[in-house]
Design a protein around this ligand. Structure first.
Ligand SMILES: [Zn+2]
Length: 113
């Protein structure tokens, strides 16, 4: 389950922020997760509960926002939404696609005390 290591990495960012900005408690965490990141929101919630235990974010609300997957076709240079990392261009049927968004996962917002 790679959600666990992703969340562990996210917790490091949160702990660093807590240290740098001097907040004692995180009450809400908003994560942006691309639809192509291969991350299961339910597994992410589970990992969040496990990883935040005993940390500044213990008991915080977790909100997950999905970002749309976008690909650009190398042949015709058009950009379009995709649901998978592979496929063909709907305009020219080219198969050489570059994913331009939807694979990323980032910390969007922290509500702190
Ligand atoms: Zn194309």
């Amino acid at each position: 389950m790679h959600e666990m290591s992703l969340m562990a990495g996210m917790m490091e960012i949160i702990q660093d922020e807590a240290r740098d900005q001097g907040f004692a408690r995180v009450t809400k965490v908003v994560l942006e997760i691309g639809q192509l990141a291969g991350v299961e929101p339910e597994a992410m919630r589970f990992a969040f509960d496990v990883c935040t235990e005993g940390s500044v974010a213990e008991g915080a609300d977790l909100e997950i926002e999905a970002t749309e997957g976008l690909a650009r076709c190398v042949s015709c240079a058009r950009t379009f939404p995709v649901r998978a990392c592979y496929g063909t261009c709907p305009f020219c049927a080219g198969a050489d696609l570059r994913i331009v968004s939807g694979r990323e996962m980032r910390l969007k917002f922290l509500d702190v005390e």
